[in-house]
Design a binder for this molecule. Structure first.
Ligand SMILES: C[S@@+](CC[C@H](N)C(=O)[O-])C[C@H]1O[C@@H](n2cnc3c(N)ncnc32)[C@H](O)[C@@H]1O
Length: 363
């Protein structure tokens, strides 16, 4: 039976912006009123918090608590873990409002713990905080000294080769991307006039959730999800599950070689930030060669805010730099890149998050 995508709901942009400002103000005040040694040491605690989040997500504790609270004894039995160690980890997480110890050694969900459930961002957490990531970031100094990703040094190959060689790891990565997409799509759909396009091609479209969202919303559109052969299995399943198989196909290939023809809109969501400028130029020039002049290119990526403003892009940039030799970019950096590849920016659309949509045409 056709499944309709369920999105998280967010408040309007102006409300989000006001709350963001307040949050950052409180964060700064919090730091001002804390001794610098303590404030910085507290930041370092995030390593242990992150490790605990990963273990809790891997064990599926938030899903086990969906129907109601459980004693630590029951949780340990259900997850096959050491009761006392599990208790100490849960106590630490509860101190951060992730789970609540409502009576002695008895835990319930909190809104933050709910985020660790399968239908929220469980897979994003287990993918971003996996053993592989801890290995990579243990070697971040190499990246800082050389400007090169540590992936090949630590794991012997590049990220997408690694994914192609390990089916389970690839599935976990794609599930993580699905989690990200679910969060992002509801912020993207209202800001861009997708409806006016007839043939949409999602370059590096992964499992095809973005395409499913577009085709479910706009019955007049058709689509192609283009990605590496390793994504085919999941993408074909998704295309069927979301009932768009009569208007959507999956095409396997590499954007370093060819790009499918015939789109009037070419989308690249969370793609350019995976690559350095040289690689981006190859991808963009391949698109420019294939894309008809009247077609549009839509880049969807986080934007790095100028100056010292907090910005998720400044954080994910560490991942792009260390694991991928990729890069999050400022608006200006996107403009220069597109210019070099033979594109001209037509319009930039902002979402409620730091994700921006850059619509470009061939120069
Ligand atoms: C960060 S994910 C983004 C997926 C999706 N666009 C999204 O926003 O959820 C990057 C995607 O690029 C794909 N990819 C990597 N190298 C590729 C290549 N050479 N050709 C085509 N797709 C590629 C990966 O398989 C993966 O699906």
């Amino acid at each position: 039976m056709k499944k309709t995508i369920e999105y998280p709901h967010y408040p309007p942009r102006f409300v989000v912006l006001i709350f963001e400002r307040m949050r950052h103000l409180f964060m700064r005040l919090n730091r001002r009123f804390t001794h610098p040694n303590v404030a910085v040491f507290e930041m370092a605690h995030n390593l242990w918090l992150a490790a605990g989040l990963n273990v809790a997500a891997e064990l599926g504790i938030a899903d086990l608590l969906k129907e109601g609270g459980k004693s630590i004894h029951d949780l340990a039995v259900l997850t096959g873990t050491h009761e006392e160690s599990l208790y100490r980890m849960m106590r630490m997480l509860a101190s951060q409002e992730i789970f609540r110890e409502t009576k002695s050694r008895f835990f319930t969900l909190t809104p933050l713990a709910g985020a660790l459930q399968e239908n929220n961002i469980k897979f994003l957490i287990t993918s971003h905080l996996s053993k592989r990531q801890f290995h990579l970031f243990g070697e971040m100094m190499y990246t800082i000294r050389t400007g090169k990703s540590v992936h090949e040094i630590v794991l012997g190959n590049k990220v997408f080769e690694d994914l192609g060689q390990d089916e389970q790891h690839n599935e976990r990565f794609i599930n993580a991307m699905t989690n990200v997409s679910l969060m992002q799509i509801s912020t993207i759909l209202p800001v861009y006039p997708f409806k006016k396009y007839k043939n949409i091609i999602d370059i590096g479209g992964g499992e095809g959730l973005m395409m499913a969202a577009l085709l479910q919303k706009y019955p007049g559109c058709r689509g192609i999800v283009f990605d590496l052969p390793q994504s085919a299995g999941l993408a074909v399943k998704f295309i069927e599950r979301y009932g768009i198989d009569d208007r959507c196909t999956f095409v396997a290939g590499s954007f370093f070689e060819t790009i499918p023809e015939g789109g009037d809109l070419y989308i690249m969501k969370n793609i350019l930030h995976d690559w350095n400028d040289e690689s981006c130029l190859i991808i963009l020039r391949n698109i420019a060669m294939t894309m008809p002049s009247a077609s549009r290119l839509l880049i969807i990526d986080p934007v790095v805010e100028e100056g010292n403003k907090p910005s998720i892009g400044k954080m994910t940039d560490m991942l792009m730099m260390t694991a991928l030799e990729g890069k999050e970019r400022t608006k200006d950096e996107f403009r220069i890149l597109l210019d070099q590849a033979g594109f001209r920016i037509r319009k930039v659309y902002r979402t409620i998050s730091q994700l921006i949509l850059i619509e470009a045409e061939k120069a």
